[in-house]
Design a protein around this ligand. Sequence first.
Ligand code: GDP
Ligand code: IMO
Ligand code: MG
Length: 425
Amino acid sequence: MTVTVIVGAQWGDEGKGKVIDLLANRADVIVRYQGGNNAGHTVENERGKFALHLVPSGISNPDTLVVIGNGVVIDPKALREEIDRLEAQDVSTKNLRVSGNAHLIMPYHILMDRSQETRLGQKRIGTTHRGIGPAYEDKAARLGIRVQDLLDPKIFRQKVEASMERKAEILRLVYHQDVEGLADQCEEYLAMAETLRPYIADTALLLWEAVRAGKEVLFEGAQGTMLDIDHGTYPFVTSSNPVAGAASVGAGIGPTYIDRVWGICKAYTTRVGEGPFPTEIEGETGEYLLERGHEFGTTTGRKRRCGWLDLVALRYAVRINGLSGLVITKLDVLSGIGEVKAATGYEFEGEICLEVPRHQSVFHKARPRYETLPGWDEDITAARTLDDLPQEARDYLAFVEEQAGCPVVAVSVGPHRDQTILLST
Ligand code: GDP
Ligand code: IMO
Ligand code: MG
């Protein structure tokens, strides 16, 4: 049995949800280890179409235990709504477990996130406004409220008071926000506590038992390598560590238990929010990717910025995550685009660089150095083996594999679970 980490190899939205759902039928446990409801993971299978934000993407598999680990930040209202939505779609959540050590996103975190972004104006990060950054700030400042605090109203109120005092002042005086209702909104969380109680567990222990019993475990990364707070395009990043190494910390399982890491990568690139994006394409070809790939955010509905595949960033993701396999998604979207480009390096002040620049200012000004390959026009959404693909598509995959220095283990040719060429199990 294997313990696998599934991680985004780009700037998020690579199709991690689809891949997790595909692998879920043989997984005993699926674990989210970071991020929060900034994530939007789309799953399409015989039971319907689901947009998941907090609940792991294997939820529609009735025999799989799905876990929200300690490293995740949880908006209990969003969690409650997601559980209700799933139940309404006939998907049972009885196998969901939530770590008591996970931190809560409080109403004042959401207000803080919005206010900070508004104040930054042109310099904004383009966050999802879900309160992710401020919640992780409080965690590091040891002012966070945890899931387990919901079960002790007295402690909960004491902690909220201590944590909110200064923030309410900042919100009122610096950001001119109305903070009147905030205390009541925090109180509403307590009202939800009893309905969440059955899900709360010592998830690190559950996981350890699963691993020791030789169960199949999948870690579900949210966001992507280039959005990692340490290894991404800081400050245009999220406030957690999506990279594979964080799975261990965010779930409470030693790194020696992890057997392999698969990176999910689109056949091109997208990014939501601000920040450097060397291979971004403006104009007709960018529009083609946007339309054909339906590149609108699952969480915020924002248009995703579109560009060619960035092999410099992909090689970096292979290195930083220790990827043992690559899953290339949305290959079908490239059909009919004409010639296909991929950046093999960057140019900066006449120099060629093959690595992600160490300095932010270089990254912002780096220009892509493209390799151009022949494209294909055929609809490939029905392909189920490599042989079903046109030669040009196979050549493109071989090129990506060689450039990335990592074997392609699966290729996705459509949003549905079945629209996959699985090369390794
Ligand atoms: P995630 O955040 O990494 O799980 O990715 P998202 O779900 O946010 O975005 C990926 C989008 O592409 C979703 O709408 C998926 O249904 C869709 N998708 C996934 N794989 C493929 C594919 O191979 N082809 C096409 N056309 N769509 C795909
Ligand atoms: P999934 O899991 C793509 C981006 C936001 C913004 C930056 C910081 O679906 O791949 P935050 O709200 O986290 O403080 O925003 O990160 N971002 C994502 N982009 N996919 C995601 O998740 C993202 N989660 C956050 O757009 O640029
Ligand atoms: Mg997404």
